[in-house]
Design a protein around this ligand. Structure first.
Ligand code: DX5
Ligand code: ZN
Length: 215
């Protein structure tokens, strides 16, 4: 199981140190939540902050765009150092084109769905996806409760990948802890995003490891 700590729950006054700490604590990717106050009610940070953090970790930067019309900013996030760029299907009129454009920069393209959004809405772009992010909370805030219906989506995506010889990774985001992480793993998740569970823990290394060793 790969683990992607979400910086949303980090101490924003010392982001650089937080990035270094979770890198040394054994994270596999660093999950960066970009919010615009429109697509979601909250506002976080954008390309300049990601660019400033980039030199402080060798791990892939997994950038989750919770912004309207993300196609406007693809180049900025590529230049800032994103390795995975994930957009919401609900925020893109021309999702296929947006994914093509992300891939044209030779980085990984991801697509994500809100809890109410059916998998059918992305079926026709799955061949372009390196990553599918299943939102297991309504995006916008950390420390929310895991929505159990996400498990069926994970399972369906896993079966669909097998039946159609596709390669996308399945990532789950929201309300992840040891218990919910285990359920995600059992249903086919490859990557767990966790914010509150890792950053509120006294021993972050132990918290990351408790997800990595799930079986
Ligand atoms: C929610 C974000 C998540 C968030 C998860 O909108 O996309 O990445 O940080 O936080 P936890 O793990 O605390 O639910
Ligand atoms: Zn996220």
């Amino acid at each position: 199981m790969l683990v992607a700590p979400s910086l949303l729950s980090a101490d924003f006054s010392r982001l650089k140190d937080e990035v270094i700490e979770i890198t040394e604590a054994g994270a596999d990717l660093i999950h960066l939540d970009v919010m615009d106050g429109m697509f979601v009610p909250n506002i976080t940070f954008g390309p300049p902050v990601i660019k400033a953090l980039r030199p402080h970790s060798h791990l892939p930067f997994d950038v989750h765009l919770m912004i309207e019309k993300p196609e406007r900013y693809i180049k900025e996030f590529v230049d800032a150092g994103a390795d995975y760029l994930t957009v919401h299907v609900e925020a893109c009129v021309h999702l296929h084109r947006t994914l093509q454009e992300i891939k044209s920069h030779n980085i990984k393209a991801g697509v994500t769905l809100n809890p109410h959004t059916p998998i059918e809405s992305i079926i026709n772009v799955l061949d372009l996806c390196d990553l599918v992010l299943v939102m297991s909370v309504n995006p916008g805030f950390g420390a929310q409760t895991f929505i159990p219906s996400s498990l069926k989506k994970i399972r369906t995506l896993k079966n669909y990948r097998m039946e159609n010889n596709l390669n996308y990774l399945i990532e789950v985001d929201g309300g992840i802890n040891e218990q919910t992480g285990k359920l995600c793993l059992e249903n086919g998740a490859d990557i767990l995003v966790a914010g509150n569970y890792i950053f509120s823990s006294k021993d972050r290394k132990q918290a990351i490891n408790s997800l990595k060793v799930l079986k």
